[in-house]
Design a protein around this ligand. Structure first.
Ligand SMILES: [Zn+2]
Length: 113
């Protein structure tokens, strides 16, 4: 008996193996936590030392640290909110990422590996 062969990886979605961590700030609305990527990177690295920054996804703009772009190739991710999962796959496969640290107040996810 043959089982269905696995689908080709390119273009397919698969569940992320990254540990999903949410860092929520409970504060009155007049006190907003920092939304600066460099700040939140430092916070994520401090919270989960010795893990190090390997990427980020900005949910407001779709901006992200793209290893493909850095290597002079085209970005396969795009900037739509819905493609964040394809970026997470890249983080796992190309950047050895292990943690996805989400800061909901800033709509920003920092990836650590
Ligand atoms: Zn990209």
């Amino acid at each position: 008996m043959t089982s269905p062969s696995p689908k080709p990886r390119a273009g397919t979605q698969r569940p992320s193996l990254l540990a999903q961590i949410k860092v929520q700030i409970g504060a009155p609305p007049e006190y907003r936590g920092t939304e600066i990527i460099g700040d939140l990177r430092g916070i994520a690295e401090t919270l989960f030392y010795p893990f190090k920054f390997v990427g980020f996804w900005d949910g407001q703009t779709g901006n992200h640290l793209c290893p493909m772009k850095e290597a002079g190739k085209d970005c396969p991710h795009g900037t739509d909110i819905g493609v964040k999962s394809s970026y997470a796959t890249t983080i796992e496969d190309e950047m050895a990422g292990e943690l996805a640290v989400e800061f909901p107040h800033a709509d920003l996810t920092i990836y650590l590996g």
